[in-house]
Ligand binder design. Structure first.
Ligand code: GLN
Length: 184
């Protein structure tokens, strides 16, 4: 399997290591020319979604990547990656809707950025992922999924009753960082 890791900002090295450990052939997506290579999965790392969105736009990567995502390319996204994919962001004043080309907006969920606040900005818990108990979940200035906007969205894990990872069509997305613990 060939995995393209969006590598413009954030925790792309950890994401690349995660997929290498799964015997995938990994390459970094930094510029438009990188998209000439064929790949089977797009990995969107954690980081700062506003910065990533702006860079996607400035580097001309946004349109081609959105076309691939909408066309059914499997996507694995954590944290900022989930925010980029979310259809709605419950973050008035922060999301710049005058530049919609920064946000993919395909995944039918609503998210709130930095939902756990500054004090509790980062924490680790253990929960059940896709029916498998005992999975370590690391939240780093994590968003929360505040609503699921389609019955087609499958919730894979929850924290305090709210979804923390979901699968919809070709997209699997996490508010936490599975790539840091190697699981799942
Ligand atoms: N707080 C970041 C954002 O809003 C996401 C944090 C992360 O990716 N770990 O983009």
């Amino acid at each position: 399997m060939r995995v393209g890791v969006l590598s413009v900002q954030g925790a792309f090295a950890e994401m690349a290591a995660h997929w290498r450990a799964r015997c995938a052939e990994v390459f970094e997506i930094r510029q438009l020319a990188d998209l000439e290579r064929a790949f089977d999965l797009l990995a969107l790392p954690g980081g700062e979604s506003t910065v990533q969105g702006k860079l996607l736009k400035d580097l001309g990567l946004f349109g081609p990547l959105k076309a691939k995502i909408d066309g059914g390319l499997p996507v694995y996204a954590t944290c900022a990656g989930l925010i980029l994919l979310a259809e709605k962001i419950d973050d008035p004043g922060r999301r710049d809707d005058t530049r919609p080309e920064m946000w993919f907006g395909t995944l039918p969920v609503e998210v709130r950025r930095n939902a756990y606040g500054r004090q509790l900005g980062s924490f680790v818990t253990v929960g059940t992922f896709d029916g498998k108990p005992g999975v370590q979940m690391t939240f780093i200035r994590a968003p929360a999924i505040t609503s699921v906007l389609s019955p087609e969205v499958k919730v894979l894990s929850t924290f305090n009753g709210s979804p923390t990872s979901v699968r919809w069509r070709n997209i699997t997305a996490f508010t936490w960082h599975p790539e840091l613990t190697g699981c799942p």
